[in-house]
Design a protein around this ligand. Structure first.
Ligand code: UFG
Length: 349
């Protein structure tokens, strides 16, 4: 019988791409989502791409323990990939209680249910935000985390620590990575793009905070002009440097990480991997690449720096390359073409 993976937040942007890759790899899946930040577009897309109409979907809020517990009773769950969380940095500064409650309680409930039902492999979706403005680049998993600059970032750090502590809880852990809960935190850099089918992709609510959805919405005419935040940074062209990772490549990293856990290949009960390309790309370079690959002109202007932005961050990906046998494969051009195809499909073009 195929092993089953619970994907919490599985109807969202990253969750839907991961669900596709899990099914492609032969796993059974159960998707849980409270639909607070998405509609059924991506889940319907997942069914179309995989040709599977029967993917179990549970509309539950992971902050409700009884619902999570029931899910673990109804399905034999071999691993959880936990995406169910709020993710807007600015909003988290405005609404810290909402962020802490949602992001911490849902994860605690997942962990508690995992333990109660005999143990589980838990993959947590963390972020490069934990590194802050790192002194030495690229960052490795050993690069010290810096104090978070937003409640959102803080929830990522706290959830990493909670997962580590639960894995190594002395009550359960026998010292040989044999505790009931095993954990991997994947630290994503900047996920962008869409599935090549253009059936699933990013669906930001309201005005996008992130660069690529803002670019595609400007190109389609939904936004008048892209503001490039800052062109006076100490980088070659003055704009910030990021490590943009293709969403399908990122999804595949989840499959190899979760297989590593389920196949008993972990070296320690809790492991961390950077998931990026290892390639720094500036905002201006990304905008130019988008124009070139899609053969269009984007309306953009330079604007003041956005508060809270780090100048530059990119990943040292050697650990993921060597230990997971995973490597980002798609070029930034392919990814930007996929992002544009998705935006056009949304607009019915
Ligand atoms: N940017 C613009 N104009 C925009 C939007 C973004 O110039 O309209 C610039 C930003 O200033 C930054 C770059 O594009 O230099 C990337 O910005 P994003 O908002 O797309 O991504 P961030 O790097 O700020 O944040 C992302 C995730 C966060 C995560 C963080 C970790 O969105 O969830 O990476 O580093 F915490």
């Amino acid at each position: 019988m195929a092993k089953r993976v619970l994907v919490s937040g599985g109807a969202g942007y990253i969750g839907s791409h991961v669900t596709v890759e899990l099914i492609n790899a032969g796993y059974d899946v159960v998707v849980a989502d409270n639909m607070s930040n998405c509609d059924m577009t991506c889940f319907e897309g997942v069914k179309k791409i995989t040709g599977r109409e029967d993917i179990p979907f549970c509309q539950i809020d992971c902050c409700d323990y009884a619902s999570v517990d029931r899910l673990f009773s109804d399905y034999k769950i071999d691993a959880v990939i936990h995406f169910a969380a709020f993710k807007a940095v600015g909003e988290s500064v405005a609404e810290p209680i909402m962020y802490y409650r949602n992001n911490l309680v849902s994860f605690l409930n997942i962990l508690e249910a995992a333990k109660t039902h005999g143990g589980c492999n838990v993959l947590f979706s963390s972020s490069a935000t934990v590194y802050g403005e790192a002194e030495n680049l690229p960052v490795t998993e050993q690069t010290p985390r810096l104090p978070a600059t937003s409640p959102y970032g803080n929830t990522k750090q706290m959830c990493e620590d909670i997962l580590r502590d639960v894995v190594f809880a002395t009550k359960d852990y026998d010292g040989a990575a044999q505790g009931p809960v095993k954990g991997i935190a994947l630290r994503y850099f900047n996920p962008i793009g869409a599935h090549p089918s253009a059936l699933i992709g990013e669906l930001p609510r309201g005005v996008p905070n992130n660069l690529v959805p803002f670019i595609t919405q400007t190109a389609i005419g939904k936004r008048e002009c892209l503001s490039i935040f800052g062109n006076d940074y100490p980088t070659e062209d003055g704009t910030c440097l990021r490590d943009y990772i293709d969403i399908v490549d990122l999804a595949k990293a989840h499959v190899v990480a979760v297989s590593r856990m389920m196949d008993g290949k972990m070296k320690e009960g809790y492991e961390i991997f950077n998931i990026g390309t290892g390639r720094p790309v500036s905002v201006a370079e990304l905008v130019n690449a988008f124009e070139k690959v899609n053969n269009l002109k984007l309306n953009y202007k330079f604007a003041p720096r956005r508060p809270g932005d780090v100048v530059a961050i990119w990943a040292d990906t050697r650990l993921a390359n060597e230990e997971l046998g995973w490597k980002a494969e798609r070029s930034v051009e392919e990814t930007l073409a996929a992002a544009w195809a998705w935006e056009k499909r949304l607009a019915g073009k």
